[in-house]
Design a protein around this ligand. Sequence first.
Ligand SMILES: C[C@H](O)[C@H](O)[C@@H](O)C(=O)CO
Ligand SMILES: [Mn+2]
Length: 418
Amino acid sequence: MKKEVLVEKAYEIAKERYAAVGVDVDKILAKIQEVSISLHCWQTDDVVGFENLGNMGGGGIQATGNYPGRARNIDEVRADIEQVLKYVGGSHRFNIHAIYGDFGGKAVDRDQILPEHFASWMDWAKEKNLKLDFNSSSFGHPKSGDLTLANPDNSIREFWIEHTKRSRAISEAMGKFQNDPCIMNLWVHDGSKDITVNRYKYRQILEKSLDDIFSTEYKNMKDCIESKLFGIALESYTVGSHDFYMGYGVKNQKMVTLDTGHFHLSESVADKISSLLLYTPEIMLHVSRPVRWDSDHVAILNDETIDLAKEIVRADALKRVHIGLDFFDASINRIGAYVIGIRATQKAFLQALLEPLNILREYESKGQYFERLALLEESKGLPWNAVWDYFCLKNNVAVGEDFIPLVQQYEKDVTSKR
Ligand SMILES: C[C@H](O)[C@H](O)[C@@H](O)C(=O)CO
Ligand SMILES: [Mn+2]
């Protein structure tokens, strides 16, 4: 029997199976189609960028591995992303770091970047039906050091404030161009390798810098601020900790970015969703996979990602939570890495949407906790994968593992020749 027919048959059976627990699968299919994911640009090239200043590395992050074929220029990034998009259903976004500007071979320092350096990205995104998001870049620069926006040295701090203000202006230009708010993430690695006796002082400086940066109001961009547990070589102290940004975000009604790799490994990021939703307008996610530390492994369909998606759906917050990816694995085929991570994130949200929530909530309201636990357990085995396959089929993208040979072919034809 043809695979298409099998997928359609399985979908019809799944529909009935889900209907028995009160879930309308056709409606869920329409919802998952709307779940948009912001694809990070930096898995294409191991977070190097195109600044022509000589990326210094460092600044709290590090891509590991040397799999051949990383994108070496903007055209290769675009070609790779276009390839990735062939294997994922739905319409998505593209998230650019400031160091990926189209600088035309010139050395443009970070306090000099302008919207025009991103004009070709805007045109490309429009052509590909992608909306853009943006990030200021504090790492990999001679002025990165241990401290940027929290630096007591005026000239260094002002340099980074200027960079971040310009990044916001670029985000505004992108948002206006695409007629949809561009979300700008601010993550700085600022911290200390060893014990510091100035925790309060650096946080005070960071707060002042942020107040200055955010003093310009924009209509077409939204800010989000990302904490971290620690950066590489900055293990003892992080100025922008979760507590810091949680406080800043609540006080100033800014979006907080939750990167799933930025917490203690046994800490539940999913559990943070409902608290943040009560006190901040929206949330940004960086879906990642920490292995023992913030290792930025490719996102997979693990309990953490499923729980995160479930908490968002249970809070009816799909419109208030923006889903971005953040992993950079340089040890495997990079196009394959994207496809796995995007599809895993979509699958997690599909599972969340298929949860028989009405019955589960009814049980809970009546104190029927055995029944609640039993249905939670049984619903893990409901045929969500038949719905997933059907979603892929309807979107004309590879069903199941069929994308593996396609990614291999692109490697053979394109990336292996770089
Ligand atoms: C390159 C990204 O901005 C970076 O990964 C940041 O989001 C982060 O998570 C740092 O650990
Ligand atoms: Mn991140």
